[in-house]
Design a protein around this ligand. Structure first.
Ligand SMILES: Nc1ncnc2c1ncn2[C@@H]1O[C@H](COP(=O)(O)OP(=O)(O)OP(=O)(O)O)[C@@H](O)[C@H]1O
Length: 206
């Protein structure tokens, strides 16, 4: 899988957020998208995930055989966890998991109960997500992304709201569920992206 950015630029109204990003992301590698608040990390991740169009330039995708994937189909290949993507609050944990995996394949074929065990949330499985703490919700979002069978894994501010135990859990999930995938991390915090061999600085594209 490859994601190719060719002069990708984005503006909101008259303000250019970034200009002319030329970059190729490929499977088996992890990339950190870095920059100060407002530098455009989330905007670029949304463009890569196919949910936002660039204002100029072209983004293209190739599967492992080198065949093109249309941007309208890329959502099938992407798992994303981000602060601006909400869980369905009225669902219980068990219902959220069942719903999520009704349209995404399971990475290692884990059952719903195994997913709940990986989350360490057996006691909360019948609780509505609206009663979860912000850190618990974040863990659920991350687990759904890690445990979905997609070649592209996008994590925006992955450890926001996580305590030390949650951050350690995140590191374990990174070790277990990122091999051979194309991993993109939007971050300001070194401990979230220290495993990424490749770093992209949004400030370079102003
Ligand atoms: N829908 C929108 N309409 C107008 N401006 C927007 C919109 N979305 C983002 N922006 C602006 O684009 C810029 C980049 O925002 P973005 O959220 O991508 O930054 P970020 O690097 O992810 O920031 P943070 O580190 O705070 O998460 C900001 O100036 C933001 O105000």
């Amino acid at each position: 899988m490859e994601i190719i950015l060719n002069k990708v630029s984005r503006r909101f109204n008259r303000e250019w957020i970034f200009k002319e990003i030329n970059y190729t992301f490929s499977s088996g590698n992890a990339y950190a998208l870095l920059g100060i608040n407002g530098s455009g990390k989330s905007t670029l991740l949304q463009i890569i995930s196919g949910s936002l169009a660039p204002s100029a330039g072209i983004i293209s995708y190739k599967d492992n055989l080198g065949n093109p994937i249309e941007v309208d189909d890329i959502f099938n290949s992407v798992s994303i966890a981000a602060p601006y993507l909400e869980l369905i609050e009225d669902f219980t944990l068990q219902e959220i998991i069942k719903f999520h995996f009704s349209f995404k394949k399971r990475f290692l074929h884990q059952s719903d109960d195994e997913v709940i065990a990986i989350l360490n949330m057996v006691a909360n499985k019948n609780k509505a997500v609206k009663y979860f703490s912000s850190g618990m919700k974040q863990r659920v979002k991350l687990a759904l992304a890690f445990l979905s069978d997609t070649p592209i894994l996008i994590l925006d501010e992955p450890t926001s709201n996580l305590d030390e135990q949650g951050s350690n859990w995140y590191q374990e999930m990174i070790k277990s569920y990122t091999e051979n995938r194309l991993v993109l991390i939007g971050s300001n915090q070194a401990q979230e992206y220290s495993f990424c061999k490749n770093q992209l600085y949004l400030a370079d594209y102003k």
